[in-house]
Design a protein around this ligand. Structure first.
Ligand code: IVH
Length: 720
């Protein structure tokens, strides 16, 4: 066999092996026996031994190669890897029904559907459209990954990490046979990043765990855990031995390729030979989405009808995405989650549990807001024991008529904090009294005895009315919460000073405000009594030294962390990050012309653009992102313009067309014009997160203008 013949045969073998890998790992429909597969594979290896130049990186023989890594390289995502906003399935109290009746489930279903309708209404309003097309698809409970294909070849694999940067796990993704090393595409684009989830199929997981147990090793608690563990292995040879698979459901960075709709994306990925989900639904409007539920396409109360038994992996919700990708840019995003999608959990998938409400305690938050908390007889729900659940606020308790001593239904929906859904009326103890919030706390702050007032507070996106302790400066609970907030991991990461330590620091008078922490000295901190006067238990020398070291490190943490730590209203983690990217330090923020212009609300004022330009100039990373955003928006505008052009010429030619068609065309023209205008108005400030709006700007400026803010600036300067 000469070199040319070898090349031809090698290409043939490689193509066959790829097709069989696909049939086996992606379609779960093997076409040949293991024996036959091994024979093909051996022939390929033999050829490569004789003609080593055939062993290119894309050869099926090269999935696992090279030495184990020392550590993973960190890579910044070209586009952040976002998360999904969850719908909270709210519920109404029931009086006469039993907690598990079909009727009750149906009604809860109805409520979830209401929330989906509300999501649709928001989108329609934001887009100025009467109907929106959606794709509904399972939310895969695996581990997020991204795979970059450059000119069709797998070039880079990454984990999600913190959403901005992840680990380079290219070698590990190459070891997963469900992930093609090369796309099935004649004329591949310069770059296509696909995003999805690595997983271990339920059936494989059971076998894998059984093997571990047989070998005397600890089994994994669930498939997700086992997947995460496998992806973190530094030796790809070990990864290849784990039963990992993957599905892809989105694209990230692209060059030389674009998709108009999400449905088109999913179809294309499948065509390119990538594993995609076997079931998803294109719905032409919210009614079709809801119909999917009433026809029980996704889940019913019978297992055979449940999607969860139709797919090989775990799913933990249903994602609803607007289909038109052009719309995505136009929908304002939330902190870390895009506006075009939402995830929810169908009611039959949420396991409720019943337990007794022992007491209601009232917590005082960082800003003095009082939150009632249900103290429960501990129960085990979906993998963990729950002894407390939020009751949100006074109004919620009244609405659900929750009384101490009641048997309550609690629910843990995904990662959401457990909540009390409803009371089992039939099991109410005789004599249980209606709960009176104010009387319960004697009309005063339960922490400091200070006066209360009813105030509007923002809870997530919603405005709520809540009782609030007015003793802002002195209330020990508020002080403690502020210190805990300041010291939490996402803030300055001085974790040894959280919880009971924060409380005792405040009680003992050593610390009153977060910045006091920096004046702490070793001896008094070591002597801090965490127990009671009768049974003292000191913090200790070692812990104190650790805390002081953590405080020293905190001084050099980036501005974003500090900004988050001080807890300015409306400035969460994400916004702090955005603000910090645009500013040098606290003083720069306090004097920020940019924020002043944003507060004024004119998105295209010359002063604002000039400010933005200066700040982008000073930060190359940010400038690149802004440039990319501008290009994306520019591309979308060009596409819409072409559509508009088409509509205009058809209106012109179509003098003979029916009046109805003309009306439809004109409507389309106007809608296109509107969309182009919105995008054009976004263009100048591309790169400036939409989240930093007038509300945030005002909040930050007000904070630094206040006595509290000014003191903070002064003290920060003193601390250097
Ligand atoms: S869309 C902007 N679709 O869930 C949103 N995500 O909680 C991009 N996930 O980080 C993701 N199944 O890792 C999308 N069908 C699906 C998904 C899915 C699972 C993951 C994803 C995301 C997380 C959000």
């Amino acid at each position: 066999m000469n070199a040319t013949e070898a090349r031809t045969r090698h290409a043939q073998l490689a193509a066959e092996i790829r097709a069989h890998d696909r049939a086996y790992y992606v379609e779960a429909a093997p076409r040949i026996s293991d024996f036959e597969y091994d024979r093909l594979y051996q022939e390929l290896l033999d050829l490569e031994k004789r003609f080593p130049e055939l062993a290119t990186p894309e050869s099926p023989s090269q999935r696992v190669g090279g030495q184990p890594l020392e550590a993973f390289r960190r890579v910044t995502h070209r586009l952040p890897m976002l998360s999904l906003e969850k719908i909270r399935a709210s519920d109404q109290p029931t009086k006469e029904e039993e907690p598990d009746s079909e009727k009750r489930k149906r009604r809860q279903d109805e409520n979830t559907l209401e929330e989906l309708r509300a999501f649709d209404a928001t989108l329609r309003k934001q887009l100025g459209r009467s109907a929106i097309e959606y794709v509904m698809e399972p939310k895969v409970d695996g581990v997020s990954i991204g795979a970059h294909y450059r000119r069709g070849k797998l070039e880079l694999g990454v984990t999600r990490g913190d959403g901005r940067a992840g680990d380079d796990i290219t070698a590990n993704l190459r070891a997963i046979k469900a992930i093609p090393l090369e796309l099935n595409l004649k004329d591949p684009p310069e770059l296509l990043e696909v995003r999805g989830e690595a997983y271990i199929a339920r059936a494989d997981f059971e076998k894998f765990n059984a093997r571990l147990e047989a070998a005397g090793e600890a089994p994994f608690p669930n498939a997700r855990n086992a997947t995460a563990g496998a992806l973190k292995l530094l030796d790809p040879r070990l990864v290849a031995q784990r039963p990992l698979r993957a599905v892809f459901y989105a694209v990230g960075a692209c060059e030389g390729i674009a998709f108009a709709t999400h449905a088109e994306t999913l179809e294309s990925l499948k065509k390119f030979g990538l594993p995609t989900q076997p079931e998803w639904w294109l719905c032409r409007g919210i009614d079709e989405v809801l119909e999917c539920y009433s026809r029980r396409v996704v889940c019913g109360y019978h297992e055979e009808k449940d999607l969860r038994s139709r797919v090989p992996y775990d799913i933990d919700g249903i994602v609803l995405k607007a289909n038109s990708i052009g719309d995505w840019e136009r929908l304002p995003s939330k902190a870390r989650a895009p506006g075009y999608a939402i995830v929810h959990k169908p009611i039959p998938w949420i396991t409720p549990a019943e337990t007794r409400l022992r007491a209601i305690t009232v917590q005082v938050g960082r800003t003095g807001v009082l939150t009632p908390v249900a103290e429960l007889e501990p129960v085990f729900v979906q993998g963990s024991t729950i002894a407390r659940a939020t009751l949100h606020n006074e109004e919620e308790i009244r609405r659900k008529d929750i009384r101490i001593g009641d048997t309550v239904v609690i629910r843990k929906a995904g990662m959401v904090i457990p909540e009390v859904m409803e009371v089992v009326q039939s099991r109410r103890p005789p004599g249980a009294k209606e709960f009176d919030f104010l009387a319960h706390i004697g009309n005063r702050c339960p922490a400091c005895g200070g006066p209360l007032a009813r105030e509007k507070v923002s809870a997530g996106d919603k405005q709520e009315v809540a009782w609030r302790c007015q003793n802002v400066g002195q209330c020990p609970a508020q002080k403690t919460r502020r210190i805990e907030y300041f010291a939490q991991r996402k803030a300055l990461d001085i974790e040894s000073l959280g919880g009971i330590v924060a409380e005792k620091l405040v009680d003992s008078g050593l610390v009153s405000e977060p910045l006091d922490l920096f004046a702490l000295e070793l001896a008094p901190l070591a002597a801090l009594n965490l127990g009671s006067p009768e049974e003292p238990r000191v913090f200790g020398e070692k812990n104190a030294a650790k805390a002081i070291e953590a405080l020293r490190r905190a001084r050099s943490l980036p501005l974003a962390r500090w900004l988050f730590a001080i807890g300015i209203p409306n400035v969460g983690e994400q916004i702090a990050y955005e603000l910090a990217r645009l500013h040098r330090d606290f003083q720069d923020l306090a004097d920020s012309g940019l924020l002043r212009e944003i507060q004024a609300g004119d998105k295209a004022s010359p002063a604002l653009l000039e400010e933005l330009r200066k700040r982008l100039e000073a930060n190359p990373g940010l400038r690149a992102e802004a440039e990319a955003a501008r290009q994306r928006i520019g591309g979308e505008i060009a596409r819409l313009r072409a559509e508009l052009e088409d509509a205009l010429s058809r209106i012109e030619q179509g003098a003979e067309a029916g009046a109805e068609d003309r009306a439809a065309l004109k409507k389309r023209r106007d809608s296109l014009k509107g969309r182009i205008k919105t995008l054009e108005s976004n263009l100048p400030t591309a790169g400036l997160s939409q989240e930093i709006g007038a509300v945030v700007a005002r909040s930050v400026l007000e904070y630094f203008g206040s006595a509290q803010g000014r003191t903070l600036l002064k003290r920060l300067k003193e601390l250097g």
